[in-house]
Ligand binder design. Sequence first.
Ligand code: NAD
Ligand code: TDX
Length: 332
Amino acid sequence: MTKLLVTGGAGFIGANFVHYTLQNRPEYEVTVIDKLTYAGNLDSLNSVLDRINFVTGDICDRELMDKLVSETDIVVHFAAESHNDNSLRDPWPFLQTNLIGTAAILEAIRKHGKRLHHISTDEVYGDLELDDPAKFTPDTPYNASSPYSSTKAGSDLLVKAWVRSFGIHATISNCSNNYGSYQHIEKFIPRQITNILSDISPKLYGAGENVRDWIHVDDHNSAVHAIIDKGRSGEVYLIGADGEENNKYVLETILELMGKEKDAYEHVNDRPGHDMRYAIDATKLREELGWTPKYTNLREGLQATIDWYRQNDEWWKNEKAKVEAKYAEQGQ
Ligand code: NAD
Ligand code: TDX
């Protein structure tokens, strides 16, 4: 058995990664370390808690990370403060977890000679114009816009520095916007679905022209496994599935799939510094590692996601009023 330490495994992508790994890769023994912040939810792992080791803890705790890393073979590092809007209200948890937490993991990896896969975002590259034919590639210069994305960019640079200076065995992936089950209802797609299910009108920032490159979370996670299997140490892989759509289209599609009028939503205050467009060129991942995405029909993926939130209201209902009250303070 190969031992896998998953940081942030009670969050959206991390929990899906744990489920994906248990279903598809029986050779791995999984340990999760998660602080269970507002974004972590142990219920997302309920059905598999007897098949994994779960540790409640903070990745910034250097002693704890030293111990856990010494006991594993590979670390897959998902843990982060992940929401742009929160980073605009209070950047400090982002600086702490995304930078100091990643450094604590890197120091343990260096000391014990283990393998790291660092999960990052396409937002480190800044944004593109709507009419620009370009997409992000591994050679695009870093140009992050928000406290969230700049701390993720900083965490990537820390990993690159530890590779170059200390020769640690590490890979990095930068993925586009994920959707699917277990995503926190502060994020765009689950916020709109749960608004409609709660008779609250959906909320579109600004004109809704901003473009995101959507990928199903299972496709992100199959790519992460491909990189762990075959990725070259020190390399960066961009993960994306050619899913560019603007926010207005995504919201109108959700409304239509839920049997509502296409214009039954409100325009609210725009996000300060709102990135206009993200787009991933995943040629390196596809050609070098032979990866292909499975869930490329966004309408079908949205329908499955709507069904999941409808059937699992006990997973999100208690959080709804709190999340909406926080947005209301910003006029969003
Ligand atoms: P999330 O906010 O849903 O989950 C984050 C998890 O990390 C939570 O379970 C939380 O409790 C845990 N955590 C936070 N601080 C911690 C700390 N100090 N110690 C231990 N655990 C801590 O985030 P997500 O959307 O699942 O994102 C996971 C990773 O993927 C992040 O690194 C994010 O930057 C990256 N990413 C996300 C997306 C996306 O679309 N969601 C896209 C590309 C990359
Ligand atoms: O209510 C909303 N209305 C709205 O129009 C919300 C919450 C968002 N939006 C817009 C803002 C963005 O253009 O929708 C788009 C998506 O917003 P988020 O879900 O907040 O995602 P984004 O800011 O694009 O970042 C996401 O993808 C990259 C993740 O949250 C990050 O963790 C990841 O790195």
